[in-house]
Design a protein around this ligand. Structure first.
Ligand SMILES: [Zn+2]
Length: 282
């Protein structure tokens, strides 16, 4: 249906096929089991800043441009998506009218915080915490699902440690969080995944920067110093997929964010990680 990372024309590819509200951040087509949500830079002028929380969830600001946000319409559609058997599909704006598909999300919890509305008045905003599901690795997810059934100590609740093997860290990072788990368990599971993927990248790099292939600049108590960079555009969070993370020396990391040709450099890094991952999976 939608391919992760691919760019779509919102009006033609989404509303042309599924209907739903053509404007605003949340579209709820009546005849299809989807809730489309859109994030992008244009929202930041109305106090909408969507980003990753330290707990690993993606924070998505609800709808309502003036006054306190209410848990109704699109916001309620996100809150109740599991009960209503609807899938949340997350897109980010890449340019006017065009959006990139980032993946399927599950509602975990929400909080209320004070944010300015479009008139600059402080109001109560609903901030959803969503879990972006790794639909890219269906095979891995299915393999893990059977493991969850068989194993009393399920992978999704396994705390990652630096001593774990590359394979074990990958399994934790890719583990699926059961939708029937408690909120507390879900948050723990998401946090485990985001820690696991960072350990994974460092272990895969094995003390050598995956950008420039130089040895890490210095050692720390816990090993060679490298920083984990996420290759997805959504700031420094991103899906917990092995092909989306790279362990870099500080210089390469800064280059990936601040250099004049950072876009070019990032696509170079994406190719390098793809090659490294292909070798591991041989
Ligand atoms: Zn480097």
């Amino acid at each position: 249906m939608f391919e992760i990372g691919k760019i779509y024309n919102r009006r033609a590819d989404i509303h042309g096929r599924y209907k739903g509200q053509q404007y605003g951040g949340i579209a709820t087509p009546a005849a299809h089991p989807y809730v489309f949500i859109f994030t992008g830079d244009s929202g930041s002028e109305y106090g909408y800043i969507d980003s990753f929380d330290p707990n690993g969830t993606f924070k998505y600001t609800g709808e309502g441009q003036e006054g306190d946000m209410k848990m109704s319409k699109g916001n309620l559609a996100i809150h109740d998506h599991q009960k209503n058997n609807k899938e949340i599909l997350l897109f980010e704006y890449t340019s006017r009218g065009f959006v990139r598909f980032l993946g399927t999300c599950n509602y975990v919890f929400h909080h209320i915080e004070e944010r300015p509305d479009r008139n600059g008045y402080l109001r109560e905003a609903i901030v959803f915490h969503l879990d972006i599901v790794n639909t890219q690795n269906i095979d891995a997810a299915q393999a893990l699902t059977s493991e969850i059934v068989e194993s009393p100590k399920a992978m999704y609740i396994t705390k990652p440690s630096k001593g774990h093997s590359l394979q074990k860290l990958r399994e934790i990072a890719l583990s699926a969080t059961p939708t029937q788990a408690s909120t507390q368990e879900k948050i723990q599971s998401i946090q485990n995944r985001s820690v696991a993927i960072k350990f994974y990248a460092k272990r895969r790099a094995n003390g050598i920067c995956e950008g420039c292939n130089e040895i890490a600049p210095f050692k720390t108590k816990s090993g060679p110093y490298l920083e984990v960079h996420h290759l997805t555009r959504l700031a420094d969070g991103g899906a917990d997929l092995p092909q989306n993370v790279i362990a870099l020396c500080p210089t390469c990391h800064r280059r990936a964010h601040y250099s004049l040709n950072y876009l070019e450099f990032n696509s170079q890094l994406i190719n390098e990680v793809a090659a490294i991952e292909a070798k591991i999976n041989e």
